[in-house]
Design a protein around this ligand. Sequence first.
Ligand code: 9MR
Length: 366
Amino acid sequence: MRTTARRTHARTAALAVSAALLLGLAVAPAAEAETGGGAGAGGDRKPAKTLHQLARESGRYFGAAVDNPELPDTEYADLLGREFGQTTPGNAMKWYATEPQRGVFDFTAGDEIVAYAKAKGLKVRGHTLLWHSQLPDWLTSRTWTPAELRSILKNHITKVAKHYRGKVFAWDVANEIMNEDGTYRENIFYTALGPGYIADALRWAHAADPKAKLYLNDYNVEAVGPKSDAYYKLVKQLKADGVPVDGFGMQAHLALQFGYPDRLRQNIQRFARLGVDVAITELDIRMVLPSDASKLAEQADWYGRVTEDCLAVRRCVGITVWGYSDRHSWIPAVFPGEGAALPWDEKLARKPAYDAIRGALTGGGS
Ligand code: 9MR
């Protein structure tokens, strides 16, 4: 139903444009209408609001991840500054980058993103204080006693969170700590310290930056299922124990071939009822390549639905897309033969997904 309605609407819009062209009417180039930076030729046309400005109207943010090597691509980076109100560093704040040697901290890459964000008026989500992946060799290449590992983890979290105090508004404190079946992932911290490392990490992060919103964050948790159930139980327990947990991040790396997570809205709602915020933290919607009009229409429909599902719950505070153009995306390297996952294409032209997000943010569907 929903897909049909959206497609019908898209078709109607396309027909209207064709009709206007036939009649010789001026049709504003999309980029100009979006970011014209001023009035149109007649002086009476306001530039269209950006995705973030629209999200802002309901008290939310609309953001995108960025990685340091992308910043010199100024055409690309300018779009980030123009369209979004929030950014997440794709890699710059991960352990391998911030503590490349034991006790030796390097904030160069993270600071670069923070400076860029500040210059463009974007707020920053910190990502991530604790993860099983992208750990430095010094940490993974030998074994540690539980006491050593606890002290290493505490020091890392404390130093990084203190450095970015006042510069990030939220942290993904613990990233991807559950298995698909809802058991704890046996990362080096779990193996040495048991599940209590998660509460400790949250407490240390809170001590270092009392104002930052502290999140648990994972993928494949958008639907209701064993993995999201495990987080639900964990967040409930942490709250009951007075542990500082403020939010649950649903990464939302979706793929058309696996179907839409139908109970996303209900899932967001149940976390909100536990008294935590929810954020869509790493949204992208990939497809098996090549893309075609029907896949792009389905992708657009999904982008619209995710946006609507977030908007439907007061405590869903914002949406971050993981990159924004197919020019720079992690997907083709990890899932060969898949991609085209973002709302802008390689040439930075807006895809149907962009209009669908916009439609959802303006309450008119896509
Ligand atoms: O976008 C990140 C990419 O540049 C890295 O190569 C990759 C390494 O695992 O991590 C990507 O970001 C991940 C994020 O930190 C956590 N959730 C999954 C993301 C995609 O892999």
